[in-house]
Ligand binder design. Structure first.
Ligand code: FCB
Length: 473
């Protein structure tokens, strides 16, 4: 019975926060010199995003950021993870910085600091300037250089006030959903392009780490956020375990090995040899990619269960953000993706907090001593504002309680988890799902832009205030 569980105390210096991303909340798509990103183009293309939704207005955060910061302060959030918009800061992706774009983040950061909220900035949460995509996007090596230049511009202006910087958010999604299955912008479906994009994203990360270190004070922390997968074979059968090895390679080791050990895993190179010869990897790239980091961000929602193919039928896809006709995974032939058992969120994602514990303890063992941050965790449910104006979301509270319990267990097991950021502060533009999926702890009425903290926001505020997790009542 959960109501008999003892309260769980988190470390006093644990960093609590909530997360968002620029394209999902800002709106003001054409204002103050911002140019289109691949998500503007993609969402304005009929058939790409449910309901034809776009981020043109989103939650109008660009104009309402003061109110949103006040709301965070009211909820007592000590930290806020957000992303900077590349096409706002450097329209077109190259050339000089856009002063008006940098001014917006300057105001936002000052507003956060004035309320005692620590800004945690991500440089790339998927909004590549369209001009760079027109020149090849992440399949073009030059995009990595452009990214490092943009990182330097952003850090030059904001680095005196932002202590924690993240280069990329979930490069797996950028490469494999953007160029593999095509369910995300730019909507290309080509496995060789996905692997090329993957490498250039990692190169961009490495070059940006160097650029950030050159600009930032030595006390600044530089990180990367990955959506690593808690991969499980359906059974202990060797064929299922082989499927799990392959997906572990393409979801996890294809990132962890180059970033932390300066090499690509031999089995992944072999598994994908029929897709590409990897000749886009040049001498010196892996040394760039493996520059030391101060922490690693983990985004976790649900585990990944795989099995050997069922010869009786086509492989069902479970790619997280929207399926699609084509697989996101290069070289996944012979693999089935199955939903884990049990309760599901509105995304159809099974609720399984054990996967988070598995991932965190694995990272403790594989990367001893590296501080970890849970940079995203949360759930979508079909929330609505009831006639009294309240938004009751007991399922989200239960989800958060279970996952924070897993984080607490991991800390007790010696995992250096330093913080947790709830996804998301606000209901927002959920990529290919548009506004149909609500991840916020604050409800947004998109017609009026009215914000209403859900029950989960009040519950989370109390966890943050007390530093203690109590069973939901
Ligand atoms: C993550 C993304 C975030 C949001 C959540 C639900 O993969 O980083 O923007 O879409 O999923």
């Amino acid at each position: 019975m959960t109501d008999q569980a003892p309260p769980l105390a988190f470390p006093a210096d644990f960093l609590w926060g909530a997360a968002t991303a620029a394209y999902q909340i800002e709106g003001a798509a054409d204002e103050d010199g911002r140019t289109p990103s691949i998500w503007d183009t993609f969402s304005r293309t009929p058939g790409r995003v449910r309901n034809g939704d776009t981020g043109d207005i989103a939650t109008d955060h660009y104009h309402r950021y003061r109110d949103d910061v006040a709301l965070m302060a009211e909820l007592g959030l000590p930290a806020y993870r957000f992303s900077l918009s590349w096409p706002r800061i450097r329209p077109g992706g190259s050339g000089s910085a856009n002063k008006a774009g940098l001014d917006f983040y300057d105001r936002l950061v000052d507003e956060l600091l004035a309320h005692g909220i620590a800004p945690v900035a991500t440089l790339y949460h998927w909004d590549l300037p369209q001009e760079l995509e027109d020149a090849g996007g992440w399949t073009a090596r030059i995009t990595a250089d452009r990214f490092a230049e943009y990182a330097a511009l952003a850090a030059g202006r904001l680095g005196d006030r932002i202590a924690t910087w993240t280069t990329l958010n979930e490069p797996w999604c950028s490469a494999f959903l953007g160029y593999g299955s095509g369910v995300h912008a730019p909507g290309r479906a080509d496995p060789a392009a996905a692997l090329t994009a993957h490498h250039h994203l990692l190169l961009a990360h490495g070059l940006a780490v160097g650029a950030l270190r050159a600009e930032l004070p030595p006390t600044a922390r530089v990180s990367l956020t990955l959506n690593l997968a808690a991969v499980r074979p359906l059974t202990d059968d060797p064929a299922d375990r082989e499927a799990a090895r392959r997906i572990d390679g393409l979801a996890n080791r294809i990132f962890l090995d180059p970033v932390f050990h300066g090499r690509y895993p031999a089995d992944v190179l072999a598994d994908t040899a029929h897709v590409t010869d990897w000749s886009f990897v040049r001498d010196g790239d892996l040394a760039e990619i493996s520059r030391p980091l101060d922490s690693l961000g983990i985004n976790y929602y649900t585990p990944t269960v795989v099995a050997a193919d069922d010869p009786a039928g086509p492989a069902p896809r479970q790619d997280g953000h929207g399926g699609g006709e084509r697989s996101a995974w290069p070289a996944d032939h012979g693999i089935r993706f199955l939903p884990a058992e049990g309760e599901r969120t509105a995304m159809g994602w099974p609720v399984d907090a054990e996967g988070l514990y598995e991932l965190l303890t694995r990272l403790r063992d594989e990367l001893p001593g590296l501080p970890l941050l849970v940079t995203e965790n949360g759930a979508a449910y079909d929330d609505y504002s009831d006639p009294s104006g309240a938004v009751h979301d007991p399922e989200r509270i239960a989800y958060l309680h279970a996952h924070l319990t897993a984080v607490h267990r991991a800390i007790a097991a010696g995992v250096p988890v330093r913080g947790y950021f709830l996804w998301s502060l606000l209901d927002n533009f959920e990529w290919a799902y548009g506004y149909g999926k609500r991840f916020g702890m604050v409800h947004v009425d998109f017609a009026s832009q009215r914000r209403t903290p859900k029950d989960s926001a009040r519950w989370y505020a109390e966890v943050v205030r007390s530093g203690t997790l109590r069973p939901p009542v």
